[in-house]
Design a protein around this ligand. Sequence first.
Ligand SMILES: O=C(O)/C=C/c1cccc(O)c1O
Ligand SMILES: [Fe+2]
Length: 313
Amino acid sequence: MTVALIATSHSPLLEHADLEAGVAAELDQAFTTARRFAEDFDPELVISFGPDHYNGFFYNLMPPFCIGYAASSVGDYGTQRGPLNVPEEIARGIAEAAMSAGIDLAVSLQMELDHGAVQPMEILFGDIAARPVVPIFLNSVAPPFTPLQRVRLLGEAVGRHVAQLEMRTLLIASGGLSHDPPVARLATATPEQRRVLLGHHLPATPGWRKEREQRVVETARAFAAGTADIQDLAPDWDRALMATLASGDLTSLDAWTPEEMARIAGNSSHEVRSWIAAYAALGSCGAYSVQYSYYRPIRELIAGFGLTTVTLD
Ligand SMILES: O=C(O)/C=C/c1cccc(O)c1O
Ligand SMILES: [Fe+2]
């Protein structure tokens, strides 16, 4: 059994932002390092922990966790659209193992994924169907949020099962870190936004999606210029979280509350759930060490942008 982890922020603005040359080069270097790590590891199986942004999961039925037995990408923000290569038997095994460990979760035979789940696959492998992948959705935008302890326990249960699979398995965490992009929220939604949060706008016209994405692109430009009314990034919080994850002892995160996370690090900081679950999964396979760690708060991407590669000792 060999297991490794790549944890990375995502941002749909990667293709739309006007980054300073130095920052663009740095990011390029981080992605190249991750790509080489993935190529060298050559996984037989990928398990991808990621959020959704009201493209696949809506308030008509919003589970805390869901494992896809089959999945396809909606292709938002120009990401690759179409089916992923999901090994159904392995996905079922993971879901049954997590349920047996006391983690209640949903399963889907028709899971829809957005940039939050597929962008790292595209960056690492150039094709979302390049490797067999089991997608694990963690609700990170739609309150109420399950406690972080449950997220850690989900990760541990998945990791214990993966350790028995005898497959070279790459865990991917996609999300975070501190950030507050203009994703609609139920508490403050207009009637039109409420329809979107319920999924009632579907099937959406291409024009509708373009409009929604353009609003985020414009907010990012304003954020970089210092004129957006979204919450600032929280680099100290991001760095402290990355240090805790690297330490191998995640239990102190159990005490974090969603309210405090949002207050300090923004409404989308809940995407760090993917990192916590994936690090916990690796930790239940053995002691680990971070091999590479990148971090920079990048307003143009509306992201405290982190990327780590991690191996078992
Ligand atoms: O438009 C969305 O739904 C989300 C956009 C976004 C922007 C910046 C960082 C992220 O993690 C995002 O998902
Ligand atoms: Fe996101």
